[in-house]
Write a protein that binds this ligand. Structure first.
Ligand code: NAP
Length: 487
């Protein structure tokens, strides 16, 4: 490869993370040659495009950084240590990681590092925000020009700050509101931050630049929670309390949302500091007009739905789920029940009963239970189970199927249904059919429930035995029909 071609290579760190994962897709869509550096190359298997390379590298192992940075023009630095091992010591670890990376980038002749830091004035910062600023300084000290985007909290699925808001609002019907929830902040839509990161590639080379980037609205942390609750249709009571400090709040957080407790404490510690854009140079330097809070949350929820709908459930996708002692597995607010059957029939035969499901064919198992559910739905103002289907054999996207609607239908491969019935959340039912090299076929049947708040979770867990009975029986019956029609 020529030096010029090699030099157009972009190194992306943090591609397994929330911002890096989305940035990777955006860079690939624009045809860039990307090299992803990760400590866990296996995590990116099947998630990168054909032109993207994945290499192992660890910022705490300087020797491992030479190969990822070889021939790189621009390196995105999206690394942080919060939440990882020894994360209590994240400040010194982040300093060390940035120093190693900056030095390796300089030795490799990289022309630019693009780094995402955090908003906040220079003084009175929390440990977390101070460390984010310091990381930018350490990278600049390497001598490689750095474009630092100091970002507001990111509104998008997988972003720690957004997941914290989600965990709190989804779990707690009554929330105490200490004074810190009124601290002003300027959250940014993940899609806008990605647009800034991509546009930063077009800035002239040569000097370090620092931009503050945030969404169109400066709001309070309480305002973010209220808007999230509104869009999810959750009624939440916010009770003002004068005495709850961020420290006490973080202990409370540990009790209510243990998953986010460790990183959440550091983030909550930072909420005393206003994080708003004070210098709006980014609005002049970039052709980007960021969304306000309402649109940012709407987009985050819509993008998440679209991402779930785009790919069939698989072992790989389910490996990201947390198994529950009771009630299947969970990814964020989504509860999942997935089961498979292997059949010695071709994919077309396995899909045939799936294609005919509902309407006069019924749901293949426990039809009286489906009718009872439909009756209850009618009584509470829902659509019920009697809408039938347009055609007994043919299905198309948008078709009505009793209490469901067809979201995706790929012949002999996939049927995805979304529930139209009244529920404390949103429900989907998917059948994914895959042929194996030995000529057999697997049907994976996955029920997903995006539980809205506490009632949503109570509904899922309370009805779980009935759902297991229905879904297990339905899949068994589909298998038996496919076999009977083949042999
Ligand atoms: N999310 C927000 O609200 C927000 C707001 C403002 C700024 N930021 C900043 O944006 C950046 C990315 O955030 P994010 O939310 O995308 O983070 P994230 O989802 O937690 O991902 C962090 C990434 O860091 C990588 N990493 C950690 N230690 C590493 C090491 N020793 N060597 C190489 N890679 C390492 C991990 O890669 P592997 O595990 O694959 O190695 C992972 O992909 C961070 O600098 C963060 O402070 C985020």
């Amino acid at each position: 490869m020529s030096e010029t071609a090699q030099r157009s290579t972009i190194l992306l760190t943090g591609a397994t993370g929330c911002i890096g994962g989305r940035l990777l897709a955006a860079l690939e869509a624009r045809g860039h040659a990307v090299r992803c550096m990760t400590r866990r190359p296996g995590t990116l298997a099947g998630r990168v495009g054909p032109r993207t390379a994945v290499v192992r590298g660890d910022c705490f192992d300087p020797v491992s950084l030479a190969a990822p940075l070889a021939g790189v023009d621009t390196a995105y630095y999206l690394v942080h240590s919060m939440g990882g091992p020894r994360s209590h010591d994240f400040e010194s670890r982040d300093r060390e990681a940035a120093r190693n990376f900056g030095e390796a980038a300089r030795s490799a002749g990289a022309r630019r590092i693009i780094y995402v830091g955090g908003l906040g004035a220079e003084t009175g910062l929390s440990r977390h925000l101070r460390s984010r600023h310091e990381t930018g300084e350490v990278l600049r000290a390497s001598g490689v020009p750095v474009v630092e985007l100091r970002s507001g909290i990111v509104i998008g699925a997988g972003s720690l700050s957004f997941e914290l808001v989600r965990a709190l609002v989804e779990r707690l019907p009554v929330m105490t509101c200490p004074s810190w929830v009124r601290t002003p902040t300027q959250p940014i839509a993940l899609s806008d931050l990605i647009a800034y990161l991509v546009a930063a590639l077009d800035l002239p080379h040569g000097e370090s630049r620092l931009f503050e980037v945030g969404g169109a609205d400066a709001v309070s942390y309480g305002g973010i929670m209220q808007e999230y609750a509104r869009q999810r249709g959750l009624r939440r009571w916010f009770i003002p309390v004068p005495l709850l400090t961020p420290r006490l709040s973080s202990l409370w957080l540990g009790l209510t949302t243990p998953v986010y407790a460790r990183v959440g404490r550091e983030l909550i510690d930072g909420v005393r500091t206003p994080t708003v854009v004070r210098d709006d140079a980014a609005l002049t330097a970039f052709p980007i007009r960021p969304l306000g809070l309402r649109q940012a949350i709407r987009r985050a929820l819509e993008e998440e739905d679209a991402a779930f709908a785009a790919r069939p459930w698989s072992d790989e996708a389910l490996s990201a789920a947390t198994p529950l002692r009771w009630g299947g597995a969970r990814i964020r607010s989504r509860l999942i029940d997935s089961r498979v059957v292997d059949l010695p029939v071709p994919a077309a035969a396995a899909f045939a009963p799936i294609r005919r499901i509902g309407g006069v064919s019924g749901w293949y198992y426990g039809n009286w239970l489906w009718r009872l559910r439909g009756l209850v739905d009618r009584l509470i103002g829902g659509v019920g189970m009697k809408r039938g289907r347009r055609d007994p054999e043919d299905l198309a996207v948008g078709d009505i199927l009793d209490c469901w609607r067809v979201v995706d239908c790929q012949p002999d491969a996939r049927l995805l249904l979304a529930a139209d019935m009244k529920l404390p959340g949103h429900a989907w039912l998917e059948f994914a059919v895959t042929s194996k090299s030995d000529g057999t076929t697997t049907i994976r049947q996955t029920a997903v429930f995006d539980a809205a708040g506490l009632w949503g979770r109570i509904y899922w867990h309370a009805l779980y035995p009935a759902h297991v009975l229905l879904f297990r029986g339905m899949l068994r019956s589909i298998g038996q029909r496919a076999m009977k029609e083949t042999y």
